[in-house]
Ligand binder design. Structure first.
Ligand SMILES: [Zn+2]
Length: 357
């Protein structure tokens, strides 16, 4: 007797894996971790200093030595982050500054102005510059024209970062699927349903590839400036592209924040990538710090576990797939977890190896 086809909706579908394979839950990382990509702003005007104390407890439990707080701030707001995090706990927090794109409307020489703004932030103690994804996507100049990522008017800003010896942690574009039509072929369909403001498809936006190509030009042009490309160089779907940038630009590095879902669904390519560029990859999460969130990252990097959740939520945030661990060797883990960030952000050239770890 034939059964009627059930009309199950995608949102109601929660398939449960029956796979029985070894599981290795990693409670503490093999080396002290620097989370090089996070944002420690608070909601509802919560006191930053109080949050800092709460974070230190989580960090101790999770084996996190330092969190880098990428602010969207300059001036007084930047100072508040410095005073709550980095100044009282210089070994546990680093604060990065941003620039005020709104000044493009009023400053005739925005590049020079932004360079001075960065110098002010670094003078206050900021250890780097953060560029958010609105740059190259929605930021416009005084005449209403979109400012492309490789706009030469901004050269003074990038050169100033190089001169001051602070890295530029930069996020351009977003997942490739965010630039595609929102139809049944879009692999981020559910995520874009939840966040329609993350959908950048249409004539008002540049294409994904145009943004990335200009990004590559920018990094290559400013060879004396250290760039850290957020989210696996902003193109984790195409590690060959990122590898090409790393090969051409010794000043280019990447963080892995918010992209273990992408890396963990291509475990062979991802492992080769880490083994080829052990000095160029920084650990980061871009997730509200919790012990559970950190432990998933450790499991991905340290074990060869198969087909596990990259996200504590169900269905998972970025797409309906599971990930595979990449079982990195100790000397690669040490650099990714700690030494690369220590070198680029804290100018610590020795790393853990020579400290006996
Ligand atoms: Zn972020």
């Amino acid at each position: 007797m034939s059964q009627e086809k059930p009309d199950l909706r995608l949102v109601d579908f929660v398939p449960t894996s029956q796979l029985i394979v070894p599981e290795h839950l990693v409670e503490k990382p093999r080396y002290p971790v620097i989370d090089a990509h996070n944002h420690l702003w608070t909601r509802d005007g919560r006191d930053l200093a109080e949050y800092a104390r709460e974070l230190l407890e989580i960090m101790d439990l999770a084996g996190v030595k330092m969190i880098v707080d990428l602010t969207n701030a300059w001036g007084d707001e930047l100072q508040a982050h410095l005073d709550a995090y980095q100044n009282p706990y210089p070994d546990r927090f680093s604060v990065f500054a941003c620039v005020d794109w709104g000044r493009l409307q009023t400053e005739p020489d925005f590049g020079q102005w932004a360079a001075r703004s960065l110098a002010d932030s670094v003078g206050r103690g900021a250890r780097g510059l953060k560029i958010f994804k609105n740059f190259g996507l929605t930021v416009r100049d005084a005449s209403g024209v979109l400012v492309p990522v490789d706009d030469t008017r901004l050269a003074p800003l990038w050169d100033k970062a190089g001169e001051l010896g602070v890295p530029v942690l930069i996020h351009v574009a977003d997942p490739v699927a965010f630039f595609e039509p929102l139809d049944r072929f879009n692999e981020r369909y559910e995520e874009l349903q939840r966040h329609p403001d993350w959908h950048f498809y249409g004539p008002q936006f540049p294409s994904f590839r145009e943004i990335l190509d200009r990004f590559a030009v920018l990094v290559e042009r400013h060879a004396n400036t250290t760039f850290i490309g957020a989210h696996v160089g902003c193109y984790p779907e195409n590690l060959a592209f990122v590898s090409d940038m790393l090969d051409r630009c010794p000043n280019f590095h990447v963080d892995i924040s918010a992209r273990i879902a992408e890396l963990g669904r291509q475990p062979y390519s991802a492992r080769r990538f880490f083994l080829k560029y052990p000095d160029r990859i920084l650990f980061g999460t871009d997730a509200r710090p919790t012990v559970a969130e950190y432990r998933i990252h450790y499991r991905f990097l340290e074990t060869a576990d198969e087909y596990f959740a990259y996200d504590p939520h169900e269905p998972p945030g970025q797409g309906r797939w599971r990930i595979y661990g990449i079982d990195l060797p100790d000397d690669v883990l040490r650099r990714v977890y700690h030494d690369n960030a220590a070198r680029l952000i804290l100018h610590d050239q020795t790393g853990l190896a020579r400290q006996g770890a």
